[in-house]
Ligand binder design. Structure first.
Ligand code: VG1
Ligand code: CO
Length: 559
């Protein structure tokens, strides 16, 4: 009979979950006991409820996934977990994990992903814990996990469990006289069933296939070799009548084909070029773990995530799920442009501004105060699950197109006519040296919080900006009153324009500086964002001395 073995171990430094779980290079996870320590700490953080519990386990298909799934099976068995629901081949998208946790009311789940970070032996891996509401663990839980990793002395494991994860089935093991069950589940079934409840598939199918009156709405859906491949295959090819020419890169690969599985104009350039060249009405791409989305229209007309959120907010009534549940409030992360705020005002709904990271939306959703939310980082989602959801966002967009009969560009232009336009751009300076970036943030915080900064006047490109407010953003959760401090430096000007700067919490080495710029125009809505925002970008670079601190004269990615 397989039985538990207790293994002595010592703590590793730096097992602190960031914006979304622990992300490190694969080689860091490969160190002796590194992964085991972290998994044991997750289970210990749940020690009051772990015995007899059920957990969901799955990830985005990247290198090391299957080995880590096996470790989780063995360590869970030793810690008294009663049952694991594991995606076949270890595959589950992040929103699918959230869906399954909620559907089967499990204690939580372990998501194995480094999301949009590249994969393969020389790149990244990640581990994240989601709670019983299906959402990423809040700060108090991740802080507890981290504390446990700094104190760990032992972990428990059942080395002799051998569970095939490639074959669907229910596998019972007797461990220390207890029954321990692993269910290998179909990776897409539960998720697809749910999407069919949320959306009207026949309408979307009619749109994609066309009719006597209307030619097919030609879509190109790019999974970037990430986890969404099997979901796209089932939903678009098998359910919605799309053909092979409507999808690309739908086979998950351990290294994402060497690409950076991040759906933006830089890393999803293949999609952008294909849509520019081809006869497509719509293009979409997802990230490695399927929670991000990018939407483009004909000729690669780009929809910023901030605008995407606002357009969906204004059109939710076309989607059956919201017809049933009603529409509660909206929310966005602080750096996200405020386009959705204008929709909230028109519709008389609450709007929340939370720190960066999906975990901050969960409490509001659980309290029934939030229906739709998004982040400028290509995350859009609703209270149907507790993660952002790329495939959901595309189905939502196609529902809006089907209901309105308008093109993507027409939908946007009409939106701007009604609400005005929030121009937005983000500059990323990836993998800079950490120390000077930290110094820059300290310098900038001091500068913008000194007396006299509020009210100061900045001119650039013929424009003049007067500082109205400047701070390091902090947030108090309205539901449990927990406080998150130092969530990003922001300078807000009299005319509502903003400069926001923060350091990324998802990188695996060095520092990534994110500079967010946005400004609002009531009637000048057809300009080019980079041109419109240039004066403000120059002000930001000047105030922060970013180029001097980072040694970079240009960003690595502009979105
Ligand atoms: C980034 C984004 C943030 C997002 C997070 C996780 O975090 O800015 O909006 O929630 O990634 O997304 P950071 O700390 O690097 O700026 V995912 O798809 O990587 O789980
Ligand atoms: Co992701």
């Amino acid at each position: 009979m397989p039985s538990t073995v207790v293994v002595n171990t010592t703590p590793y430094e730096g097992q602190k979950p960031g914006t979304s779980g622990l992300r490190k290079k694969v080689k860091v996870f490969l160190q002796e006991n590194y992964t085991e320590n972290f998994i044991q700490s997750i289970l210990d953080a749940n020690k009051d409820s772990i015995v007899g519990s059920t957990l969901v386990v799955g990830g985005d298909g990247r290198y090391l996934l299957k080995e880590v799934v096996q470790k989780i099976i063995k360590i869970s068995a030793a810690n008294g977990v009663a049952k694991l629901l594991v995606g076949q081949h270890g595959i589950l998208s992040t929103p699918a994990v959230s869906c399954i946790i909620r559907k089967y009311k499990t204690l939580g789940g372990i998501v194995l992903t480094a999301s949009h970070n590249p994969g393969g032996i020389n790149n990244d891996f990640g581990i994240k814990f989601n709670c019983s509401n299906g959402g990423p663990a809040p700060d108090n839980t991740t802080n507890e996990i981290y504390k446990l990793t700094t104190e760990i002395k032992q972990y428990k494991i059942v080395p002799d469990i051998d569970c095939p994860i490639d074959k669907l089935g229910v596998y019972d093991f007797t461990v220390d006289d207890r029954t321990f069950t692993v269910v290998i589940i179909d990776s897409v079934n539960d998720y697809v069933t749910y999407m069919k409840e949320i959306f009207e598939f026949p309408k979307i199918k009619a749109l994609i296939q066309g009719s006597d009156q209307r030619k097919p709405f030609n879509v190109l859906i790019d999974s970037m070799h990430g986890v969404t491949g099997p979901y796209v295959k089932r939903i678009f090819l098998e359910e919605l009548g799309a053909t092979e020419s409507n999808v690309s890169r739908i086979n998950p690969l351990e290294d994402f084909g060497g690409a950076h599985p991040d759906p933006n104009l830089t890393y999803a350039a293949d999609l952008v070029n294909a849509v520019k060249k081809g006869d497509f009405d719509f293009g979409a791409a997802f990230d490695g773990d399927g929670d991000r989305n990018m939407i483009i229209g004909r000729d690669a007309f780009f929809v910023t995530p901030s605008d995407s959120l606002a357009v969906l907010a204004n059109n939710l009534h076309h989607i059956p799920y919201f017809q049933r549940t009603g529409i509660h409030g909206y929310a966005r992360s602080m750096p996200t442009a405020a386009a959705v705020d204008r929709v909230a005002k028109k519709n008389g709904k609450e709007i929340f501004e939370v720190p960066t990271g999906w975990k901050y939306f969960g409490n509001l959703m659980d309290a029934g105060r939030l229906s739709l939310c998004g982040e400028e980082s290509f995350g859009t989602g609703s209270d149907h699950v507790r993660e952002k959801d790329g495939v959901w966002a595309v189905l939502a967009w196609l529902s809006v197109v089907a209901a309105t009969g308008r093109s993507v560009q027409e939908i946007l232009e009409q939106h701007w006519q009604e609400f005005g336009r929030n121009y937005f751009t983000r500059y990323d300076y990836e993998e800079c040296a950490s120390a000077p970036c930290n110094e820059m943030m300290t310098y900038l915080e001091k500068k913008i919080t000194e007396t006299g900064f509020v009210g100061s006047v900045h001119t650039s490109g013929g424009k003049t900006y007067v500082v109205k407010l400047a701070d390091n953003f902090s947030y108090m959760d309205p539901i449990d009153q927990s406080v998150a401090m130092k969530q990003g430096l922001r300078i807000i000007f009299e005319d509502g324009s903003r400069i926001v700067m923060r350091l990324s919490g998802t990188g695996s080495s060095g520092a990534t500086v994110r500079l967010y710029i946005d400004s609002y125009e009531a009637s000048n809505v057809t300009g080019d964002a980079q041109v419109m925002l240039k004066p403000l970008i120059d002000v930001a670079l000047d105030i922060s001395k970013l180029q001097a601190y980072t040694g970079r004269d240009a960003p690595t990615v502009i979105t």
